[in-house]
Design a protein around this ligand. Structure first.
Ligand SMILES: NC(=O)C1=CN([C@@H]2O[C@H](COP(=O)(O)OP(=O)(O)OC[C@H]3O[C@@H](n4cnc5c(N)ncnc54)[C@H](OP(=O)(O)O)[C@@H]3O)[C@@H](O)[C@H]2O)C=CC1
Ligand SMILES: O=C(O)CCCC(=O)O
Length: 469
């Protein structure tokens, strides 16, 4: 497949990237290895298309988004299959992601109609102050491989609804899902230049966009390291920036928790996408009194998970994305064992297929309790008091998602207010939805995606002070 720029499929012959299936190692397709030239071409297209798109009514933009939504809904199974082949997640989960991704398009098709301003009482009787919101301009979106569709639509849908135009660079491992979305955007009648996709050399494309003053905002999901680099680069032309970076979610089970719910939810949170999710439970803290009962029930359910090629029926955990991901999980297990942890379940790997693994006797000195794992490893530690667990949960540079399981409402409110995280799930391991403001505190990021907060990221505020006679 080729770049999608200005409503056309473009390939300037600069080499190719092979897209491989992480389950089989087979090359499934190629995409162009674009660089600065293609990146700039896409910005020119988005810049030229901006005034026409921003000048449409919100209802007209909504109609385009709704046509895109309907086409994605119709093709959800084909897109899901492409996603499973390039990313590895089980087909049912991949189709679920397409639906989740599409929910952002549907939600923002509506929300774009509610970009309201204000009238502020003036300081003189012959003056009026009107506040209005206008689209930021050309947006550059750089997205990761773990959610090849949702991380695009969560950025592109609010941007387009607000009247911005967008250039996207998907991850090199998962460009096909992005290009499939572009095909459908084209079919939906989203005008040329409004939505563009460029594949290729990440640092060259990133640099081209960072130094281009026509790009008014960078929105990124990925590693904290690259997020910091983009933040520094955005300073050159003082661009706006939104960052969704790493997480290290604590999953806290109090002694009064409903253990069955806690076990079901930790499975859903920890092993979704084989643990390659920034909101995944990364470290599990269980009250000492219920640790044995929790761990036994958890281990029983983990043994039922089926690892394999995501296209096979009944598979619940696909392969990890690449060898580096496998090595990272292996390294964390070795470190945990060296520091006294026990492998209660799993621990083996074949190729990219990593067995879901539980480590008991985890301590805060272990790497898995300090660093994002991005794999199916669940370390279980114990604690004795509320104060202790909150202190341990907050003792990290990350602040994306945290989870608390308790049947005591007062405790739930108290603890959720003390957690230094942008998202807290109370008895809920899967809190992400289109209408909620997803985002992190501390080094987990800047800005919010989703809900009415998410569209504000793509709007400039202007006030007009009118004096009259
Ligand atoms: N918050 C999250 O959801 C995610 C977190 N991560 C974390 O990051 C770790 C590493 O994953 P990885 O895929 O390497 O994440 P990266 O941050 O490297 O990749 C995310 C996106 O950024 C692009 N990118 C990489 N380098 C640059 C650059 N210099 N300028 C502009 N864009 C760039 C990538 O392009 P390309 O693919 O072409 O290199 C990709 O599109 C994971 O193990 C996990 O811990 C990873 C993905 C998502
Ligand atoms: O950044 C990620 O890992 C994707 C978040 C998935 C979600 O929206 O829950």
């Amino acid at each position: 497949m080729d770049h999608y720029i200005n409503g056309e499929w473009v390939n300037s012959g600069t080499g190719t990237i092979e897209v491989t299936n992480p389950a089989t190692g087979e090359v499934i397709d190629t995409v162009p290895f674009g660089g600065k030239k293609e990146a700039k071409l896409a910005v020119s297209a988005a810049h030229d298309a901006f005034s026409g798109w921003a000048g449409k009514t919100a209802a007209e933009r909504s109609d385009c988004l709704m046509r895109w939504f309907q086409l994605i809904q119709k093709h959800q199974e084909d897109i899901g299959e492409v996603m499973t082949k390039e990313q590895g997640k089980p087909l049912r989960e991949a189709i679920g992601e397409v639906q989740y991704a599409n929910s952002f398009i549907q939600w923002y098709a509506e929300e774009g109609k509610r970009v309201y301003g204000d009238i502020i009482p003036a300081s003189a009787s012959n003056k009026r102050i009107f506040v209005q919101k206008q689209p930021v301009g050309v947006i550059a979106a750089i997205t990761p491989w773990n959610f090849p569709a949702a991380m695009i639509t969560r950025k592109v849908a609010p941007a387009l609804a607000a009247g911005c135009t967008v250039v996207v660079k998907p991850a090199e491992q998962t460009p096909l899902t992005a290009l499939k979305l572009a095909q459908l955007a084209d079919k939906a009648g989203i005008p040329p230049g409004v939505f563009n996709v460029v594949t290729g050399n990440a640092s060259d494309i990133g640099e081209a966009w960072l130094e281009d003053a026509r790009v008014r905002k960078i929105t990124f999901t990925g590693s904290t390291e690259v997020g910091k680099l983009l933040m520094r680069g955005a300073a050159q032309t003082v661009k706006k920036i939104s960052l969704e970076l790493g997480g290290h979610a604590p999953f806290i089970v109090m002694e009064d928790a409903d253990l069955e719910t806690a076990v079901d939810q930790v499975i859903a949170s920890k092993f979704r996408n084989a643990g390659q999710t920034c909101v995944c439970a990364n470290r599990i803290y269980v009250a000492s009194d219920v640790a044995e009962a929790f761990t036994e029930a958890f281990a029983l359910k983990v043994r039922e998970l089926k690892v394999g090629n995501g296209l096979e029926e009944g598979v619940t955990i696909g392969p990890l994305i690449d060898k580096a991901a496998v090595d990272k999980v292996n390294g964390q297990i070795a470190d945990a064992v060296k520091k006294g942890g026990q492998v209660a379940v799993g621990g083996h790997v074949t190729g990219h297929f990593f067995e879901p693994t539980i480590i008991t006797g985890a301590t805060d000195e272990m790497l898995c309790m300090k660093e994002e794992t991005f794999g199916p490893l669940a370390p279980v530690a114990t604690f004795d008091t509320e104060e202790e667990v909150i202190e341990r949960a907050n003792n990290t540079p990350y602040g994306l998602a945290a989870y608390i399981f308790t049947e005591n409402i007062g405790r739930a409110i108290r603890l959720s207010e003390k957690l230094e995280y942008g998202i807290v799930g109370v008895n809920d391991g899967m809190p992400s939805v289109a209408q909620a403001p997803f985002g992190g505190w501390k080094e987990s990021g800047l800005g919010r995606e989703g809900g009415r907060y998410g569209i504000e990221e793509f709007l400039e505020v202007k006030y007009v002070s009118v004096a009259f006679k």
